[in-house]
Design a protein around this ligand. Sequence first.
Ligand SMILES: [Zn+2]
Length: 307
Amino acid sequence: MSALSAPHFHNEEAAYAYVEARIWPEGPVCPHCGGVDRIGKMGGKSTRIGAYKCYQCRKPFTVKIGTIFEASHVPMNIWLQAMYLIAGSKKGISSNQLHRILGVTLKTAWFMSHRIRDAMRDGAPDLMGGSGGRVEVDETFIGYNPRVKKAKGKGGSAHKLRVVALIDRDSGKARSMPANSLVRDEVAQIVRTNVAKEAQLTTDESRLYAAVGKEYASHEFVTHGRHEYVRGDVSTNTVEGYFSIFKRGMRGIYQHCHENHLHRYLAEFDFRYTNRQALGCNDADRADRLLQGVVGKRLTYETIGAR
Ligand SMILES: [Zn+2]
């Protein structure tokens, strides 16, 4: 049986029930007043699917309020299909592909995929390496920053977008973010914000990490300049593996990544990496975890920075 043959992918009422069971495990919660008592399901032919009424504040609501689904006319079962496809594809799915598979307009597909990426963003990230494990940190360049002109006839990376990624070796989690300039102070701030002082910071020999490394339980590095890639369990191979997945995906599917959207693509790759099969997370688990992230993320077409 196809994974997509489940009723919540085809029937809007089943889709609402599916989402409600996951967002409201204890029963409906009024988004207006926070009430949980005296909430009634609205019936009748003229009522919207999934409509409830709160008899404390007397306002109607659905599970879409305050989530990425708010103010969207796309049927809930189509949203769930889109989420399943994006969460389950190794390298991502382009808006164009989503538009053709789901039968929504290209603009709608673009908007949906950015909202879904926003749901993939970890809204309350904790510090990595808190139990004294290794945290690998590395930086890379990707794509093209339209604000910086490429130097004529030269290689270099001044015109590229910059990314820092961290991997918590104990949990297997990945976290990555755009960096403006990749200078020492900025990278140090990223490390401090994301890594617990108990961690064993693990990098290459880049001077970006020398000073901030002193703030950590330990800081060990491999010297790539001398072709040293592994020394005992000191290496940055995991974070480099993460970058290679990200770059393959970005090259294959998302060729034109504007810097305004880079953080959302990074959130998508972080999410899939952190919730991967090798860590015991199957496609259905991953789609369910994604559904947990839809609350409190309300990108509008304007705030996405459409272009
Ligand atoms: Zn209420």
